[in-house]
Structure formats: C-alpha cells, structure tokens
Design a protein around this ligand. Structure first.
Ligand SMILES: *Cc1c(COP(=O)(O)O)cnc(C)c1O
Length: 388
C-alpha cells in the first residue's frame, strides 16, 4: 500500500494514514464511510437548505427507520448526552433553556450507576448537570437507585453494553424504578450497534425514554455525527437546546452534511445482510488465527464478544517474550511505526486484539502480513528455524 494514500491533504500535511485493526476508535477516526455516504454528503454540501426543515425531516426519517417516535441528529453520541440531559432538565421550556447552564431552580442531577462511570460522562457537566452516583463497582441495590431519585433528578443515564458486567441494575429494573418516580431514562448506546435491533429494542422493548448512538462507529457514517431516538416530547425538548437555535448546545452543531450523511449511513446499515457481515468477520478471524498462531513467539485465538460487548468476533494475539525477545507492546509499537502504519488494540504488555470490522478486504491481508513480518524480524532465528 502506498503510504501517501489517500494522497491529497493528509500527505501534504505529513499525516500518515492508519490501517485500523483496533476498534471504531475516535482517536484514529472511528470508521470509514462508503462512497454512497460520501456522495450524500457532497450533495448536501452543494446547496443551502432550511436547517430547521432538514433537522425535522431527517429526524422523522430516522425515527421511521429505527421504529421510534422521534429522532434528532447530533454531532456525536457525547453531544447527544449533552442534548438529552438539557432536554430532560428544561423540558424544552424556552425560559428554562435560557437558564442553562446555571440551571438555578431546575432539576440538574443525573443519576448514574457507579459501574457505568465512563470517560464520556463529563458531557453531563457540560449540560450544567451533576452526576449522582448509585451502587459501587461490584453491586447496586434497588433501594439505592430509589433513594437517589428526588425532585432534583433530571434523568437516569444508563450505559448499555454487556462488557460492563453485572454491577448495575439491569435496564428493565432501572426503567421500572425511574418511571415510578416519573424520571426519564437515557441510554448511552454509542457503540451498541451491532446488533441493529438495539435501534428499537432499548426504547420499545426495554422502555428507555431516549437511546443515543454514534454515527461514526459501526454505522460508518460521518465521524462527527450521532443521534438520539425515543419519546417525541423529550427529543423535541433536546432539539430546542441545540443547533440551529442559538442556545447552549449550539456549540455542538451538526452540519447539513453530517445530518444527510448519517441518515444515508443508517439506511445502508439497515439494508445490509447482517448475517453475511457476521460470516465475513468469522472468516477473517479464522484466517488470522490460522496465519498467526504458531508464528514464532505468537499465540492467536478467537475471542467473542468484542471490547464494547458487541457480537463481533476478534483475535487475541499473545506474545511470548521469552521466544520473541520482545513484548506485545514492542510489537504494537513497531506496527504503529511501520509502513503502512497499523494500529492494534493493546491489552497490557502481553497481548493485543485485532478486529475485522474496521478494515477493507485489502487491509485484512496487510494487517496479518505486517504482524508476521514484524514478529519474524524480532524473533531470534536459530539456523534450523529459518523458513523465509
Ligand atoms: C464512543 C462513545 C461515546 C462518544 O461517542 P461519540 O460519537 O464519539 O461522541 C459515548 N459513550 C460511549 C459508551 C462510547 O463508546
């Protein structure tokens, strides 16, 4: 692969492209957009439009596609947290909206399970709210959640994903307790696609009032996009705090290009043959294990589900430093410094993960070639073991 690809601006800036075998990480640009999504964004960029009308129309279409009552496009899932919390605090009341972020006299507490505290939750503070934590890293009792819900509570923020373990109450229990006090439940489901059924099940089946998703992860939409789905009154209340209005969350504007690109990405995602995707990933993982397991100093095996609890298979590559005379960290560093630059997901100094869902078919091969070549370059080679 030509390291100057995709040419143009990155090359002129001296910024090196990354082959992302790690995950849909924002730090390496999330995911890649298809030509269809890029075309939709180019169309959107080429004409002015009434942004109120576009937001409303795209929201209706996304609601229909996701089988929800309403939807609103944001500039990411973290932005959706800010907007959802602002919506719950202000209920869309114009006077209350102007009180933010001070929120004097308004309910500005957001209840979260301790085990759900994530690096993205400062978005709550950005909305002028503060976190009230329930439970601990090991367990949560129903009475703890009940006791935390008061007239100061704006919402419960629930972080979805099987990777978070069992220290929190389950979503259905959380919803039951919160709804008994008329408190809405917002679900952060940023990386909870796949499965695509989460688009409607978190709200329709589990009863969440709002569910929030990233557009730039598995949806392969614009990196700076996300959306919320759920209760029409809360979606409208959230939207009243955001662009194109000149309010607090105007700072989190989604442009016409993001709105249209996200919608197109969602259409394409729902049209996909998800079983075929899964079969393709399994095939790649099987091939990676076959190619990597047994390379001097490496052990490779399939793991499931992935780092965000999604039903995507991955490969865990363990490095035996006594045979490679290097750690997994050294190998990952060399892959990052190599050409092309390859990013893997590090797991301490012993191992790293590879995921198939962020790669093109060409890149699937590049990743394995780079790992084999790099590992062979590191391993001591007794004369009888030389095989290349
Ligand atoms: C990625 C992620 C976010 C942030 O989403 P963006 O679309 O990048 O703003 C929030 N919460 C969780 C759990 C995430 O995984």
């Amino acid at each position: 692969m030509n390291d100057n690809l995709p040419g143009g601006m990155y090359a002129r800036l001296g910024v090196r492209p990354v082959v992302n075998a790690a995950a849909t990480l924002t730090a390496v640009g999330g995911s890649l957009m298809s030509p269809e999504v890029l075309e939709a964004m180019a169309q959107a960029a080429s004409t002015h439009v009434d942004m109120y009308e576009l937001h409303a129309a795209a929201g209706r279409r996304i609601a229909e596609l996701s089988r929800n009552d309403a939807a609103y496009v944001t500039s990411g899932c973290a932005a959706a947290i800010v907007l959802a919390v602002l919506g719950c605090i202000t209920q869309g009341d114009p006077r209350k909206i102007t009180l933010m972020p001070d929120g004097a006299g308004l309910p500005t507490e957001v209840v979260m399970h301790c085990s759900h505290r994530i690096p993205y939750d400062p978005a709550i503070a950005l909305a002028g709210a503060k976190v009230v934590q329930v439970g601990n890293a090991v367990q949560t009792f129903e009475w703890e959640l009940e006791a935390a819900l008061t007239e100061r509570t704006a919402a419960v923020l629930y972080v979805a994903g099987s990777h978070l373990g069992t220290a929190a109450l389950d979503l259905a229990t959380t919803v039951r307790i919160a709804h008994a006090r008329d408190v809405p439940v917002i679900v952060d489901a940023a990386a909870q696609l796949p499965p695509y059924t989460n688009l409607w099940e978190l709200t329709r089946k589990h009863g969440a009032d709002l569910a929030l998703f990233s557009g730039g992860k598995a949806l392969h939409g614009p990196q700076a996009s996300g959306f919320m789905v759920g209760r029409a009154d809360l979606v409208a209340a959230a939207a009243a705090n955001g662009s194109p209005h000149q309010r607090l969350a105007r700072a989190l504007k989604a442009g016409k290009e993001e709105i249209v690109g996200l919608l197109r990405a969602l259409e394409l995602y729902l049209d996909r043959d998800h079983d075929a995707d899964r079969a393709r990933w399994e095939g790649v993982v099987e091939q990676w294990v076959a190619d990597l397991d047994g390379v001097e100093g490496l052990q490779a095996r399939r793991v499931f589900p992935n780092e965000a609890g999604q039903p995507v298979p991955r490969v865990r590559v363990e490095v035996d430093p006594s045979r490679l005379h290097a750690t997994a960290t050294d190998l990952a560093d060399q892959l990052w410094d190599g050409t092309p630059r390859v990013m893997v997901l590090r797991d301490g100094t012993d191992a790293f993960y590879l995921t198939p869902d962020t790669l093109t078919e060409e890149q699937e091969h590049i990743v394995v070639e780079r790992i084999v070549a790099t590992a062979r370059g590191m391993a001591p080679r007794p004369a009888e073991a030389v095989d290349t």
